[in-house]
Design a protein around this ligand. Structure first.
Ligand SMILES: Cc1cc2nc3c(=O)[nH]c(=O)nc-3n(C[C@H](O)[C@H](O)[C@H](O)COP(=O)(O)OP(=O)(O)OC[C@H]3O[C@@H](n4cnc5c(N)ncnc54)[C@H](O)[C@@H]3O)c2cc1C
Length: 521
């Protein structure tokens, strides 16, 4: 077993862990981050993509609301390339409590969350598909944020400041010496080799897996898990984030992200971080609630559904059966204080919008414990980025149209998201190990458009095989297509069903890929 040592080991490559590693690296600490899969594979790649204005929790969770409002301003400055400034609306439909808007507006004003009432004609001029029976409408500073671009920028920031990010490295156990964690046993999932990593501090930033990691350190972590299901409609039905003006509940928001609109969400208590199955009632409910905001939405094409898991801190078993009622604010636990175990900190909950603040508070604690006097600078340090500006289909189209088709030998790999062969080859060349198709999806949006990988999966598989020294395995292709299929199966009616049947024919009849995989297995 090889061994390594560092000051800080961060476990988990979601927004929280990446934010902590970035802050620690900027303060000059020696930091290693391990992620069992790819960055953004957990909750950080499974949410609405809303950059909260704070309005959503103004009445129910003022601490979260205030944090969101201040971080919204900071992220627009340091990560502008990941944000689309859609603006936001809170609207009262005929189904919502009539006394809520005034109470909500006064809470926003107390928390300094900008919110301004606008006329219904101004609202409809901005968003013509909204329900004309909406009685009140308020403008807020919501936006949409691309968490994959954000994660890439954070990795780059960590590496530029001397930090190390190890993907496909899973924590398997801790080595404990009396009341102190001293090392972690980690498996490199690409090679199967083990690594012993000693550190001065171990940070558990594994979101819904936090309880499992704490158990490895022989600690009880009271954590409730809430599954939230989301549905992406196949195009932008709105260009502004639209929230229902009522207490947060199921199906009360539509977020325009890239080329689609995301309807969210449900909140179902679950036992495991991998309990991601979607119930038919969840899809029905999201479409019905969405229809109240956008009459006729039910007749539009749903593109895909998926779920993410919220980890919610639930101290001293208070018998909550529901997770919707638990507070959304983050919690940082120094296990020396809570459990008498030194060198171990767990960071739980919060939002993508507040990842930087969570990281700042965590690294302040790390510096206290290591007796290092270094101030946080993430609020004023722009994240590095390569793609300018925010990713959008029109900018890819514009780039394509600027090219002389006779002079360029480039080819389109994904028609829906306009991914070119040159983009794909660049991503493959830059990867440390050959990425799988799902990694390429997160990098380039391959397979995320209306045909849900009907064509691009095969082309991407063939091109990426050229970059691999081993012979291509159809398992990777099969797993990728299976994941795509899981997300469309609950929506199998109308044109979505037609698309599924078309894709199935390509897979089974045209390419006989199912036959090939049976022969090999
Ligand atoms: C349905 C839903 C909708 C949401 N919508 C929004 C929104 O619109 N806006 C917003 O601001 N926030 C939203 N959030 C919250 C937001 O997604 C999270 O706060 C944010 O992504 C931070 O996640 P994280 O890094 O804590 O956890 P994760 O992203 O889950 O990261 C944890 C990582 O730990 C890794 N890991 C686990 N075990 C191990 C191990 N043994 N070894 C190594 N690595 C391991 C996992 O693979 C995973 O990548 C939403 C959450 C949910 C569930």
């Amino acid at each position: 077993m090889s061994s390594l040592s560092t000051q800080v080991l961060v476990i988990g490559g979601g927004a929280t862990g990446l934010g902590i590693a970035w802050d620690a690296a900027l303060r000059g600490l020696k930091v290693v981050l391990i992620e069992q899969s790819d960055i953004g594979q957990g909750t950080s790649g499974r949410h609405h993509g809303l950059l909260h204005s704070g309005g959503r929790y103004a009445l129910s969770d003022p601490v979260s609301a205030r944090d969101c409002a201040s971080e919204n301003i900071i992220l627009r400055q340091i990560a502008s390339h990941t944000i689309e400034d859609t603006g936001g609306l809170f609207v009262a439909t005929p189904a919502d409590p009539v006394d809520y808007p005034d109470r909500w507006l006064s809470a926003c004003s107390q928390l300094n969350i900008p919110a301004e009432e606008i006329s219904l004609s101004a609202m409809l001029e901005r968003e013509p598909l909204l329900n004309p029976r909406i009685s009140r409408s308020f403008r807020v500073q919501d936006a949409s944020i691309d968490s994959f671009d954000l994660a890439h920028a954070l990795v780059k920031g960590i590496q530029e400041h001397g930090g190390v990010v190890l993907l496909r490295h899973r924590l398997e156990s801790f080595i404990r010496h009396q009341d102190r964690l001293v090392a972690a046993k980690i498996r490199d999932l690409s090679t199967g080799k083990s690594l012993r990593l000693s550190a001065s501090l171990f940070i558990n930033a594994t979101g819904p897996w936090a309880k499992t990691i704490a158990t490895m350190a022989r600690i009880e972590l009271p954590l409730a898990l809430g599954k939230g299901t989301l549905v992406a409609m196949s195009h932008r039905l709105v260009n502004t984030v639209v929230n229902r003006c009522k207490p947060p509940s199921d199906g009360d928001i539509v977020v325009p992200v890239g080329t689609v609109s995301i309807l969210g969400t449900t909140d179902v208590p679950v036992k495991e971080p991998t309990s991601l199955d979607i119930e038919p009632w969840e899809v029905d409910l999201l479409l019905a609630e969405g229809d109240l905001l956008l009459p006729g939405l039910r007749n539009s094409r749903p593109l895909r559904t998926w779920a993410g898991i919220r980890p919610l801190y639930q101290p001293a078993a208070d018998g909550h059966a529901q997770t919707r009622g638990l507070l959304r604010a983050h919690v940082i636990l120094d296990h020396e204080e809570t459990d008498g175990l030194q060198c171990f900190i767990s960071v739980i909950g919060g939002k993508l919008t507040t990842f930087r603040l969570i990281a700042e508070e965590t690294v302040d604690l790390i510096c206290d414990k290591l007796e290092i006097d270094q101030k946080c600078s993430t609020a004023s340090t722009p994240l590095p980025h390569e793609r300018v500006p925010f990713y959008s289909l029109p900018s890819r189209l514009e780039k394509l149209e600027r090219q002389d088709p006779h002079a360029s030998a480039d080819q389109v790999v994904c028609e829906c998201e306009l991914v070119m062969r040159s983009d794909l080859e660049l991503a493959l060349r830059k990867a440390v190990t050959v990425p799988d198709l799902d990694d390429l999806r997160r990098d380039l949006r391959i397979g995320m458009g209306p045909c849900q990988a009907g064509f691009c999966a095969y082309r991407t598989f063939a091109i990426s095989s050229e970059f691999s020294s081993t012979s291509p395995s159809l398992k990777g292709l099969r797993d990728f297509l299976y994941e795509r299929w899981k997300g469309i199966r609950p929506l199998a009616w109308g044109s979505t069903l037609q698309q599924m049947e078309f894709s199935r024919r390509i897979y089974l009849d045209l390419l006989a890929a199912g036959q090939e995989s049976k022969e090999r297995s």
